[in-house]
Design a protein around this ligand. Structure first.
Ligand code: PHE
Length: 353
């Protein structure tokens, strides 16, 4: 009996010691001191003991009981103090809140969404075409003769796959202009079936790839390409869309201009510029002469129209291809020292936007 009582005491104390809530303490109390608790039942057995042993065991049993009761009382202060603190925290409205960590869309995804909305407002439709493409769509149909040196400007990645007899090698799209061919072929086909004239307002935003990597270049980047084809489309339309985009994206106070340039697939071809937002076109450290370069544009080359089954005597069009990362960097208030940071997955960097 003596050993049993000591065992009960030790067990109760170690349970109490490990308990981590007031509810658990309540259960321990029931388990040992309750009506059918371990100690209570053992004490009931005392009647069966020889008379002379009873007083001694009685004293021990009472000691065990008080020890357990005291331990329970001590442990319960632990939880009531904790409880009070929690309640206080809940009602102290002056405490700063705990900010939930919410993710957000990547900077480039945000820019793509913004650009898409701007063009959708004037009737452009966003399309998607393959990112892994035949040379035919990336170059040949865009009026680049085989082995023409202009192809080198695109620093293309080639896929290690057997070339197709007609469509040539497989490449990672070095520009979104391959989408022009895909779109014109598709729309020429539709027009043949429906008898309706061709009317294209394409916005092709996609990943593009070139063999380049430094502070202002990443091997993968994004371009947004416009293509408008119809009857009587002129340079004035190109300039109008350029100006509309510049004012919508950069701000009402920014101006745009076109300069002569050369591309194989447009004639005439232009470089498009936007007035510098830092000096307002006066000339400063950033822009030197007041203008920042946006990217290429031009009137769709008659050969390109022909390659897609469109008659250049009936149809004219313009196209432009600008960089998403580039326009983002040119937007006032955003300075990114190293463009590669965009794709480095550094949370510290991405969190800022
Ligand atoms: N594809 C050209 C480039 O990557 C840009 C461009 C697009 C030029 C459409 C003219 C027309 O530089």
């Amino acid at each position: 009996m003596e050993e049993e009582l000591i065992g009960i005491k030790n067990a109760a104390i170690s349970f109490i010691f490990e308990a981590d809530s007031a509810e658990e303490l309540e259960e321990i109390k029931l388990q040992f001191l309750g009506r059918s608790g371990k100690l209570t039942l053992t004490m009931k057995e005392m009647g069966k003991l020889p008379k002379e042993k009873r007083p001694q065991i009685g004293v021990l049993a009472n000691e065990v009981k008080t020890t357990i009761e005291e331990a329970l009382a001590n442990a319960s202060t632990r939880f009531s103090a904790h409880k009070k603190a929690v309640i206080q925290k809940k009602i102290d409205v002056t405490n700063p809140g705990i900010k939930p960590s919410l993710g957000h869309l990547h900077l480039i995804t945000q820019a793509i969404a913004e650009i898409t909305t701007i063009f959708e407002h004037i009737g452009f439709k966003r399309v998607r075409y393959p990112e892994i493409e035949w040379d035919h769509y990336a170059f040949t149909a865009l009026n680049f003769p085989e082995n023409h040196p202009a192809r080198d400007d695109w620093e293309t990645f080639f896929i290690d796959q057997k070339a197709d007899a007609k469509k040539g090698q497989v490449v990672l799209t070095p520009h979104t202009s391959s989408g022009q061919i895909r779109e014109m072929e598709r729309m020429a086909e539709l027009s043949k079936k429906s008898g309706e004239p061709v009317n294209i307002r394409m916005l092709n935003i996609a990943k593009t790839y070139r063999r380049q990597s430094d502070v202002s270049h990443t091997a993968m980047f994004h371009q947004f390409e416009t293509l408008v084809v119809g009857k009587d489309i002129s340079i004035a339309d190109l300039k109008g869309v350029l100006d509309y985009f510049v004012k919508s994206y950069f701000g009402e106070n920014r101006k745009s201009r076109i300069r002569p340039y050369h591309f194989q697939f447009t004639e005439p071809s232009f470089e498009t510029d936007v007035s510098c937002g830092v000096c307002d076109g006066k000339g400063c450290k950033l822009c030197k002469e007041g203008w920042l370069e946006l990217g290429g544009a031009g009137m769709v080359h008659p050969n390109v129209l022909r390659n897609c089954g469109l008659d250049p005597k009936v149809y004219t069009g313009f196209a432009s291809g600008w960089g998403v990362e580039r326009v983002l960097m040119m937007k006032e208030g955003i300075t990114i020292d190293d463009l590669r940071l965009l794709y480095s997955n550094k949370v510290e960097f991405l969190e800022q936007f």
